[in-house]
Design a protein around this ligand. Structure first.
Ligand code: GDP
Length: 355
């Protein structure tokens, strides 16, 4: 049997306000954009795709050191960090997010919203790592911009390394109080049992190569089955419904499985139940250097394959509820799907009202 195609893991970023979620995402994207010769970055709707070659270029020698290659096609980062975006990625019994980065301020340790994030991650059963951010603020830290953390640590005096260890062990202690075992990633023995803590700086870029390498490693080792793409009708989640000038109501969706094509019938969730509509156009962001007019932001495509963030144009999207599922309707299966969606929509709406 042909091995199934693996899709890229969907990564979300969570954490307390001001922990540096936005800065870290920007740094990751910026680091990826710089390796243009390896393909840089591809902008999706609501997400940024870092292809395998770019990851190889950024992680480079670390992959040799950790002894693995990048076998997933890349990483798809959801562009909006935080609870709300994560909540909208719900699927029955879990999350469409495959893996999460919980950003914790190294100078503060776990804060109230870090605890909230941990509870949601636990209840949705999403594996995660901790990005222990702002290590450049540890007093006496000498920054090595863009360098792997392990390199940077080697050139810090012992007293600074001790200071980093204090910050790490504060978080290890806090996590153990709520039932999570964790360790600095270079001391983790079993990634299935211990949460990896990756010291990083969104300001200097230190630790970003390790962060990416560990995300890839975890995904490849522990979620292969989940990442195997079923060929066939697409399945995804609507994350936002948006009125666009000149286009009317559009739905931004994350496709998790299969394929989505122009002309497909899709079943979507509204407050009054499921509805079926036909896709008129699928839109992806236009590359920045081709965007001449700010109104002309999208490129039409004929189809997209999972995983992808895409904007859907179709009649009747105005009452679609964000955070509800989307299924391509295979011939003869409309009724069955409508029933399944209606019950999922009801539970998704109940859950969003509880938030
Ligand atoms: P968010 O609320 O979690 O998205 O946090 P932001 O990304 O907006 O960052 C909050 C503040 O912390 C901003 O002033 C950032 O410039 C600063 N910041 C974020 N990451 C770092 C870092 O690694 N080092 C330092 N020194 N400052 C940082």
């Amino acid at each position: 049997m042909q091995p199934r195609r693996l899709r890229q893991p969907i990564v979300v970023v969570l954490g307390h306000v001001d922990a540096g979620k936005t800065s870290l995402l920007d740094r990751i994207r910026g680091t990826a954009v710089q390796v243009r010769e390896a393909g840089g970055i591809t902008q999706h709707i609501g997400a940024s795709f870092i292809p395998a070659d770019t990851l190889r270029a950024i992680c480079g020698p670390l992959l040799t050191q950790f002894r693995f290659d990048v076998t997933v096609p890349g990483l798809l980062f959801i562009d909006t960090p935080g609870h709300e975006a994560f909540s909208n990625l719900r699927i029955r019994g879990g999350s469409a997010a495959d893996i999460a980065v919980l950003v914790v301020d190294a100078t503060k340790g776990l804060e109230p919203q870090s605890h909230e994030s941990l509870e949601i991650l636990r209840s949705r059963k999403v594996p995660f790592l901790i990005a222990l951010n702002k290590v450049d603020l540890l007093s006496g830290w000498t920054p090595h911009p863009g360098s792997p953390l392990l390199e940077s640590i080697k050139s810090q005096p012992k007293v600074i390394v001790d200071r980093l260890d204090e910050a790490i062990y504060r978080v290890v202690g806090q996590l153990s109080q709520i039932g999570f075992r964790s360790e600095a990633f270079y001391r983790v023995r079993d990634f299935t049992k211990e949460v990896a803590i990756v010291p990083v700086s969104a300001r200097t870029g230190e630790g970003v190569p390790e962060l990416l390498a560990i995300l890839v490693g975890l995904a490849q080792q522990f979620m292969r089955r989940r990442l195997e793409v079923a060929e066939g009708p697409g399945r995804g989640i609507v994350i936002e419904v948006k009125e666009e000038p000149g286009l009317g109501y559009t739905a931004n969706a994350i496709l998790i499985d299969g394929e989505l094509r122009v002309g497909d019938e899709v079943a979507l969730g509204t407050r009054s139940g499921a509805k079926v509509t036909r896709i008129r156009a699928l839109l992806m962001p236009k590359p920045l250097d081709e965007m001449r007019d700010p109104r002309d932001r999208f490129t039409p495509v004929e189809s997209v394959s999972a995983a992808a963030g895409v904007k859907i144009l179709a009649p009747g999207l105005e009452d679609v509820v964000p955070g509800t599922p989307m299924y391509v309707v295979a011939p003869g299966r409309a009724e069955e799907l409508m029933n399944a969606i209606s019950s999922e929509v009801r539970s998704a709406i109940r859950e969003s009202e509880r938030m």
